[in-house]
Design a protein around this ligand. Structure first.
Ligand code: 7RM
Length: 369
């Protein structure tokens, strides 16, 4: 924990002011707000509050006030800031920043560019850090000054970590997409699940045998050995036998200039097995129209291919997310397929669900999609 904070963020304890803006209830929060910075004796910012209260520039006001030099956040937070507009960060002096971090999901190109330009003033490297609650600390990330970054890739393993992308049988997948596995133990690894050793074995050490940790993420390793994490394997949609990752389709949708955020799910479909249903949040105060749906579909066809075009687009002002910003696709599937909602207690804002349900009903009554 201490080592990853020190090396991934290139800490200079006498000079740096480190700020991780994650919710402290998310593993990223307690790990990189509390343990990592304190273990390294670095000055750090702790802020418990919403990013839009008392105003949408509060994070940037705090960067300016405390001269933060390192800032660590999640792509979903960056997309919210894009939606609110550059005028908020632009009001503040962000020149104290020298390094930015990203965590929680693959960072999409639009978010990366905005983060780099508007927050980092085009001068700060971005460290994309891959890890899980189960891993206890960052496992794949660049080391500033050592690893050349590629936007969207968490790059290379932290020293000592041995990730391998394998196929369904556990054989190395080369440069093909496959399943991420970890083939050597690491200091912060989970040792069991609370009072449930059997479930621990079953979940993490049964797929590829008891010496290989099953991560549950789809990933690809490129020719330079860089890791590209695509997303959770259960977030893969099968359209006419083609496997598409929700993250890939969402990234294509979000790259449309009018789109702020999107969540994509697979919905049972008579013709194609599964069809893509996209929940889309537009920038600023824009209104959703049929023309815009056509534009978005065409945009996705250009980026990925016709198969990836959403069959159905539902406009939504907000998406069901946990406090760590992870989209709860399970709930979106419940809504889209008209089922009773599962557990909603971990949602940041449970009211979002009622609004979405109404939207989907309205949509069905219109006979659309
Ligand atoms: C730290 C955290 C873990 C899951 C993980 C991935 C996804 C996290 C990245 C990422 C692509 C990243 N813990 N994930 N970081 N995907 N690039 N840099 O998020 O337990 O809440 O989630 O998050 O799918 O398995 S977590």
């Amino acid at each position: 924990m201490a080592a990853t904070t020190k090396l991934v963020f290139d800490l200079k304890p006498e000079e740096d002011v480190f700020w991780c803006s994650a919710d402290v209830g998310w593993v990223t929060g307690h790990s990189y707000i509390v343990y990592g910075p304190l273990a390294n004796g670095v000055t750090s910012v702790m802020y418990e509050g919403a990013p839009d209260y008392p105003h949408k520039g509060i994070w940037w006001e705090l960067v300016e006030r405390y001269r933060a030099s390192i800032f660590y956040t999640a792509p979903t937070a960056i997309r919210a800031c894009i939606k609110w507009g550059p005028e908020h960060p632009d009001k503040h002096d962000l020149t104290s920043l020298r390094l930015l971090g990203s965590v929680g999901e693959p960072i999409n190109p639009k978010a990366w560019l905005w983060y780099h330009k508007v927050i980092g003033g085009e001068r700060c490297p971005i460290v994309d850090t891959w890890w899980q609650t189960e891993t206890g600390h960052i496992l794949i990330a660049p080391l500033p000054g050592i690893t050349a970054t590629k936007p969207g890739s968490a790059t290379t393993p932290f020293p000592g970590v041995k990730p391998v992308v394998v196929d369904d049988d556990g054989k190395p997948a080369g440069n093909e997409q496959g399943l991420l596995s970890l083939q050597r133990p690491w200091p912060g690894m989970l040792r069991t699940l609370f009072r449930d050793d059997e479930r621990y074995r079953e979940t993490y050490f049964s797929k590829f045998g008891d010496e290989i940790y099953f991560v549950g993420d789809a990933a690809r390793q490129d020719e330079d050995g860089y890791f590209w994490v695509i997303g959770r394997v259960d977030d893969v949609i099968n359209v006419s036998g083609h496997r598409l990752s929700t993250a890939e389709v969402e990234s294509a949708i979000v790259s449309h200039p009018k789109v702020a955020e999107s969540a994509v799910i697979g919905q049972a479909d008579e013709d194609t097995g599964q069809a893509i249903c996209a929940f889309v949040t537009l920038e600023g105060e824009l209104e959703g129209t049929d023309e815009l749906i056509a534009e978005i579909r065409e945009h996705v066809a250009q980026r990925i291919g016709k198969l990836a075009r959403p069959k159905r687009v539902v406009w939504s002002d907000d998406l069901p997310k946990t406090r760590s910003g992870k989209i709860m696709r399970r709930l979106l599937r419940d809504i889209a397929e008209g089922r009773a909602l599962g557990d909603v207690t971990t949602l940041r804002d449970p009211d979002v669900m009622a609004e979405l349900e109404a939207k989907v009903k309205e949509h069905q009554a219109d006979g659309a999609g």
